[in-house]
Ligand binder design. Structure first.
Ligand code: SF4
Length: 332
């Protein structure tokens, strides 16, 4: 075995050091209470990394995440625990995120019990109420995850997240593993729960159609950067960025039911070796000479100069040299 170690060491000596991958860079995004912000992009664009940073699972190597005005990296003790309870995540695969050896009663009820959100003698009624809220029959509370369908398992995941009384839920491809008809049911459940509990969602998906169904605003990500950010109706009606326009062409046309499917040409470049200049230029139908040299910055292309103190943020941002006349973005 010493021989093998020597050989591997010799092989590695000649190799260049691995470059760190920047999964997310220069992202400046605010989420208002009660808002649904959708994040769309191809796999590898950094949207999951962003969601995990928001949920406190990953820490940014640079920059800050502010939660109710406080820098999350500075939170400790009770304040940190409150933050971790207040932001819950729902994952893509409801089966692998549920412990197969636990009954639904415990999957949903153990964490709120451990955190003192419910007393032991109230746990069962608490779980039953949550099961009703997400459309599950409480009579099934003694069953195990494998005894439920994919859609029901995702409802268990939703109930488990709600059990901790969060105000923000990060949904990471939360309906991607479900059949289309079940996707619609679970999306409608998210809409209904948002109204009932006043929830804020950070809704991550590769599917612009899914995100458009539920979101107030949409951020389009490409290779770790937000390239367009706007209210949902503006993304679907007056998209500015060529990448967003290309994503829209991949959607089935509404109304007629006919697909005018036009796939985006080329592959997503490796995040380990992103193109110089605009990261989208090798695939962009409108690329100009400068696009391969200069990285475009996010600029405000429509909407009021300032974000409203409360109410909907209708500002529209895009990062493309076609909009170089627009003022640089001030997202605060
Ligand atoms: Fe296309 Fe250039 Fe705009 Fe990038 S900056 S999206 S390459 S036109």
């Amino acid at each position: 075995s010493g021989d093998v170690v020597d050989r591997v060491a010799r092989m590695l000596q000649g190799r260049p050091a691995l470059k760190p991958v920047q999964a997310v860079a220069d992202v400046d995004l605010d989420i208002q209470a009660g808002e649904v912000v959708g994040v769309v992009g191809e796999s590898g664009c950094g949207k999951t990394t962003l969601g995990r940073m928001l949920a406190g699972i990953l820490a940014p190597s640079r920059g800050r995440i502010l939660y109710r005005g406080h820098d999350v990296s500075q939170l400790s003790g009770a304040a940190r625990r409150k933050y971790e309870l207040d932001i819950q995540m729902i994952f893509q695969d409801p089966f692998s995120s549920l412990n197969p050896r636990m009954r639904v009663l415990d999957i949903i009820g153990e964490a709120p019990l451990a955190h003192g959100l419910v007393a032991r003698h109230d746990k069962e009624s608490y779980v039953c109420e949550l099961m009703r809220k997400v459309g599950l029959d409480p009579a099934y509370r003694y069953r195990y995850p494998h005894q439920f369908s994919g859609g029901q398992r995702q409802r268990i995941g939703v109930a488990r997240a709600l059990a901790l009384k969060p105000s923000i839920i990060v949904c990471d491809e939360a309906v991607a593993a479900l059949d289309v008809s079940i996707q619609a049911q679970v999306l409608n459940l998210f809409v209904q729960l948002r109204e009932e509990f006043g929830l804020t969602y950070f809704f991550i998906s590769h599917n612009l159609g899914v995100v458009g169904h539920i979101s107030d605003r949409v951020a389009i990500m490409y290779l770790g950067r937000v390239v367009e950010l706007a209210p949902t109706d503006a993304i679907f009606g007056t998209a500015r960025h060529p990448y967003t326009q290309a994503l829209l062409k991949e959607l089935p046309s509404l109304g007629t039911g006919q697909r005018q499917f036009e796939p985006i040409k080329g592959e997503l470049p490796s995040p380990m070796d992103p193109p110089a200049g605009c990261p989208f230029h090798p695939r962009c139908p409108r690329a100009m000479a400068r696009c391969s040299r200069e990285r475009p910055v996010l600029r405000q292309v429509a909407g009021p100069a300032q974000a409203p103190a409360d109410g909907r943020d209708t500002r529209h941002f895009s990062a493309c040299h076609l909009d170089d006349e627009a003022p640089p973005a001030n997202l605060l």
